[in-house]
Ligand binder design. Structure first.
Ligand SMILES: [Zn+2]
Length: 272
């Protein structure tokens, strides 16, 4: 399989995680891809493959060097996809030799991906792109990383592989809900140094990581029939809006960049 075929195959698995779940992985559907990856690693000839009871897939490729002992290098990617949009029934489509113009992802729903809104597109003119029909995530975060690592594995287990030291691989669930390392066994991974193949831009390597904390604010209002509500009702939805309005209005993703911190309201729900 080419890296492109491999990636498109992985996008057919719905691996969305769930931040309301307390199980590990947070969703059962992540197992399907984890198990498929395990089988694929075994089929490629990797001997040391283990899928933990919490859905972390580890694999090791021994050094093919007979000379010096070198450190074990690790590569990690996550299998789950973000909550913001469905990852079910992904219909990947390849655009060959991208011309740099706006891409109509979905004619019927008028979903267009415009380089004016996504400047990164301007850097991939002439490349082949994989896109969706606009109604789902593609899941490139982080199935692109998974496809890169699996293709790396394929080349390293090949008889003509370049000389390399010991390699450790891990695929984790639930990165998108901040629980990717929850059941990660560093000793089982056994890497001296490791790289996460995730996010960033073409030709970039991140040496820092994004840090965030989340909070769930529960507001207990007072529910009264609207006809009898004067001086009694406390509408929790209005209190939530008031609460949000008290946060610094400039400290939001739309007005910050780089190292500037921000508060980010991701959902408000309630009843009056
Ligand atoms: Zn990611």
């Amino acid at each position: 399989m080419t890296i492109k075929e491999r990636f498109i195959h992985y996008t057919t698995f719905d691996t969305q995680s769930d931040d309301h779940s307390t199980s590990s992985p947070s969703t059962d559907k992540q197992w399907a891809l984890l198990k498929a990856l395990k089988e694929e690693l075994i089929a490629l000839g990797v001997k040391d493959v283990e899928l933990s009871s919490h859905g972390v897939l580890y694999a090791h490729i021994p050094s093919n060097s007979t000379k010096e002992i070198v450190p074990t290098i690790g590569f990690i990617a996550h299998v789950d996809t973000a909550l913001e949009m469905s990852g079910k029934d992904v219909k990947a489509r390849v655009i060959n030799n991208y011309d740099g113009k706006a891409i109509t992802l979905n004619q019927a729903q008028n979903i267009i991906m415009d380089p004016e809104h996504f400047p990164a597109l301007k850097r991939v003119v002439g490349d082949d792109l994989v896109v969706t029909d606009g109604t789902t995530l593609l899941g490139a975060d982080d199935k692109a990383g998974v496809a890169i690592i699996m293709t790396l594995v394929e080349s390293l287990v090949h008889q003509d592989a370049p000389i390399h030291g010991p390699i450790a691989i891990a695929f984790t669930p639930d990165e998108e809900i901040g629980r990717g390392v929850e059941n990660f066994d560093l000793a089982r991974m056994g890497a001296d140094y490791a790289y996460t193949i995730d996010g960033s831009d073409i030709e970039f390597a991140n040496y820092e990581n994004f840090n965030a904390a989340s909070a769930v604010v529960t507001i207990a209002g007072k529910s009264i029939h609207p006809g009898d509500a004067k001086d009694k009702m406390v509408n929790s939805i209005l209190v939530a809006m008031e609460f949000n309005a008290l946060l610094p209005s400039e400290d939001v993703p739309a007005k910050t960049e780089g190292y500037q911190g921000f508060n980010h309201v991701t959902a408000i729900e309630g009843r009056s």
